[in-house]
Design a protein around this ligand. Structure first.
Ligand SMILES: CC(=O)N[C@H]1[C@@H](OP(=O)(O)OP(=O)(O)OC[C@H]2O[C@@H](n3ccc(=O)[nH]c3=O)[C@H](O)[C@@H]2O)O[C@H](CO)[C@H](O)[C@@H]1O
Ligand SMILES: [Mn+2]
Length: 274
C-alpha cells in the first residue's frame, strides 16, 4: 500500500485492507483456540443501538472464533433477542446509569477493570472494548489481534498534531503538551491481550480518579486519558480508520473497506444531558 502509511515510527503495523494475509494469520490463531471478550455498554437510550450492533457483529466480527460479549445495561428487559453463532455467547451485567453521558462513557474504564479482574482471567485471551452506537459493515478478524491495540480516529487521520483534541490543561492527568503526541486515537475501540488492557484501563481509571478529586474533567473524558496512555505506552498494533469510520464523512480513495462505523445519532434524542 504505497498510498497510506503501514507502520508507526516505533514499527507497529497499521492495519489496512491489503496489508495482511488472512490465511496465514488465521492459521496462527485458530491453533491457539482463543476466546475474544467484547465489552459493550448500552445505558439509557443507547439500548436502541444494541440490536444492529450485535446482529452486524455476528455477521462480521471474529467469525470462526469464540466470542463472549459482556453487555452492561440498566435495561436488561430491553435487550433484544439476537441469535448468536456457534461458540458465541452474551452475558448481561446490570449496571447503574447516570444522568451525564460523560460520566457513562468514562466510567467504562473502571467497569472493564473490575470485569477483567473478577470474570475474565482464565476465560478470555483477548478483549475489545467497543462503542455501541456503531455497526459492522465488513470483515473484522484476527488481523486486528495484538498485545495492545488502538484505532486511528477517522476525524484526525492525516491532520497535523496541532489539531488533535488532546487535553491541553496541565492540571489534568490527561495533559499532553503541544509538541508531543503521535496520533489521535478513538475512544470507541480499545483492544489487546487481557493483561495489557487491564493495565490500560486501571491506569486510566486512576488518572480519572485524580482528575475527579481535583474537579477537572478532561476535554474528551476517558478518550483524552487513553490518548495520554498510548503516548507513553505505545500500542503494538494500530487499526486504520477502516475500523472506526464515520458515515457522515465522504470516503477517500485510500479507504478500501469500511469495517466498523459510528451510526448517526441525534444527541438530544439519545443522551441524558447536552
Ligand atoms: C468514535 C469515538 O471514538 N467515540 C468516542 C467519543 O464520543 P461519542 O460521541 O462516540 O460518545 P458516545 O456518546 O457514543 O458515548 C460512548 C459510549 O458510552 C455509552 N453510552 C453513552 C451515553 C449514554 O447515554 N449511554 C451509553 O451507553 C455507549 O456505549 C457509547 O457508545 O468520545 C467519548 C468520550 O467523550 C468516547 O471516548 C467515545 O468512545
Ligand atoms: Mn460513540
Amino acid at each position: 500500500r504505497p498510498d497510506v502509511s503501514t507502520t508507526t515510527p516505533w514499527l507497529a503495523p497499521i492495519v489496512w485492507e491489503g496489508t495482511y494475509d488472512l490465511t496465514v494469520i488465521d492459521n496462527i490463531y485458530k491453533q491457539q483456540n482463543i476466546t475474544v471478550a467484547v465489552t459493550v455498554f448500552a445505558l439509557g437510550k443507547y439500548i436502541r443501538f444494541l440490536k444492529d450492533f450485535l446482529e452486524s457483529a455476528e455477521q462480521h466480527f471474529m467469525v470462526g472464533y469464540r466470542v463472549h460479549y459482556y453487555l452492561f445495561t440498566d435495561r436488561p428487559d430491553e435487550v433484544p433477542t439476537v441469535t448468536l453463532g456457534e461458540g458465541r455467547q452474551l452475558t448481561v451485567i446490570k449496571t447503574e446509569t447516570s444522568n451525564r453521558w460523560q460520566e457513562i462513557s468514562l466510567r467504562r474504564m473502571e467497569r472493564i477493570e473490575k470485569l477483567i479482574e473478577k470474570e475474565l482471567i482464565d476465560k478470555a485471551d483477548y478483549i475489545f472494548c467497543l462503542d455501541v452506537d456503531s455497526k459492522f459493515h465488513a470483515h473484522w478478524g484476527a488481523e486486528s489481534l495484538g498485545d495492545l491495540v488502538g484505532v486511528l480516529h477517522a476525524g484526525f487521520f492525516g491532520t497535523s498534531r496541532k489539531q488533535f483534541t488532546y487535553e491541553r490543561r496541565p492540571e489534568s492527568q490527561a495533559f499532553i503538551p503541544l509538541q508531543e503526541g503521535d496520533y489521535y486515537y478513538g475512544g470507541a475501540v480499545i483492544g489487546g491481550r487481557l493483561d495489557k488492557v487491564h493495565k490500560l484501563v486501571k491506569t486510566c481509571r486512576m488518572q480519572l480518579d485524580v482528575d475527579r478529586a481535583n474537579h477537572i474533567e478532561a476535554a474528551w473524558q476517558e478518550e483524552s486519558h487513553l490518548n495520554k496512555y498510548f503516548l507513553y505506552n505505545k500500542p503494538s498494533k494500530l487499526l486504520s480508520p477502516e475500523y472506526l469510520w464515520d458515515d457522515t464523512k465522504g470516503k477517500p480513495s485510500y479507504m478500501k473497506a469500511v469495517r466498523f462505523s459510528q451510526v448517526f445519532k441525534k444527541y438530544a434524542e439519545v443522551r441524558p444531558n447536552p
